[in-house]
Design a protein around this ligand. Structure first.
Ligand SMILES: NC(=O)c1ccc[n+]([C@@H]2O[C@H](COP(=O)([O-])OP(=O)(O)OC[C@H]3O[C@@H](n4cnc5c(N)ncnc54)[C@H](OP(=O)(O)O)[C@@H]3O)[C@@H](O)[C@H]2O)c1
Length: 296
């Protein structure tokens, strides 16, 4: 499905987001990667998709665009379905018309969280939130329009500039030294640079189907992840207060357990992505957060 002219770029949607920016940072002259924001390519607008594909003539497209605010999706299901399901369908149709492979990024939140060992691609998704349902619908609309598309599910994506709890931990820690960490959700945190590298590896392999791509290790709670990140940044002084999801009163239900394992990557002989604990160390170094200066 790829164009023979190899100097055409990989085109990434959602270029203003964490994964989009991270993929763009891996661009090289031999393998250019162009990430475009919503103003250049809105996945819900067929004309803007056609214009961007015509302009860049990509060898492959990675859809890193999504409405990722889980509670925002719960409040506005229509917007969630548009961005996470209908839009990816339009993008897949356009990619199929121009014989371009689509890599569509999805989530561990397609699972209901009742399992106690990592979900594999053989497990049936059963989302419990609007976000999860919209993302599952997105996988299906993509596969309907491009059966050979690559679906990459990831979990608890974090990195510098990201918006979730782990991504912003150092920002929070510079404002206060008491933070709440959720203790009754467990998954595998995934560092955006590691996911981006794995996506490029999968594109190189010219494979298709559904993959689970997350950092490896024991499934962790947000509390565990926060403690590890704060310790690595020399912020053992920050007190973490254990809380449950129910105590936070969030609008959207979350799966209690959503760690995933990738039997397809194992079958292909791909090395596991590094343990999340090592990825947190790299994140703390990248964020370059030092101990808080002593008060004068
Ligand atoms: N973050 C996580 O914890 C997590 C976990 C599992 C899976 N994922 C999946 O990983 C992928 C990347 O996530 P991320 O963390 O990089 O998300 P992100 O930082 O929220 O970035 C998503 C980007 O998509 C853009 N976008 C939204 N609607 C769009 C549209 N209609 N057309 C074009 N762009 C649009 C957003 O722009 P605006 O800012 O303008 O809205 C934003 O820049 C998503 O598919 C997400 O579902 C994320």
């Amino acid at each position: 499905m790829s164009h023979p002219m190899s100097n055409h770029p990989i085109l990434v949607t959602g270029g203003g987001g964490l994964l989009g920016r991270t993929l763009a940072s891996l661009s090289t002259p031999d393998r250019p990667i162009v990430a475009v924001g919503r103003s250049e390519l809105d996945v819900t607008d067929a004309e803007s998709i056609a214009r961007a594909l015509g302009r860049h003539r990509p060898t492959a497209v990675v859809n890193a665009a999504a409405m990722t605010d889980v509670d925002g999706c719960e409040r506005d299901p229509e917007a969630a379905m548009l961005a996470n399901a209908a839009g990816p369908g339009l993008l897949a149709e356009a990619c199929t018309r121009s014989a371009t492979r689509l890599v569509h990024v999805s989530t561990d939140f397609v699972f209901d969280g009742t399992k106690r060992e990592p979900y594999t691609t053989d497990d049936t998704p059963k989302p419990i939130s609007v976000y999860g349902r919209s993302k599952l619908e997105g996988e299906l609309t993509v596969l309907a329009a491009q059966p050979g598309a690559l679906i990459v599910r990831t979990s608890w994506l974090f990195g510098v500039g990201g918006k979730n709890f782990a991504s912003r931990i150092f920002e929070y820690a510079s404002a206060t030294n008491r933070l709440k960490g959720i203790v009754d959700m467990r998954s595998l945190p995934t560092y955006a640079p590691d996911l981006a590298a794995r996506i490029l590896e999968l594109i190189n392999l010219d494979t298709s189907g559904t993959f689970h791509c997350c950092n490896s290790g024991e499934p962790a709670t947000w509390f565990d992840v926060a403690r590890a990140a704060l310790d690595d940044a020399g912020r053992s002084d920050v007190e973490l207060i254990p809380v449950t999801v129910a105590e936070l009163g969030l609008p959207a239900p979350r799966p209690a357990f959503s760690a995933m394992r990738c039997v397809r990557s194992e079958a292909l002989g791909l090395a596991p992505m590094r343990p999340w604990r090592d990825a947190i160390k790299a994140f703390a170094a990248e964020a370059a957060i030092g101990p808080r200066p002593a008060p004068k």
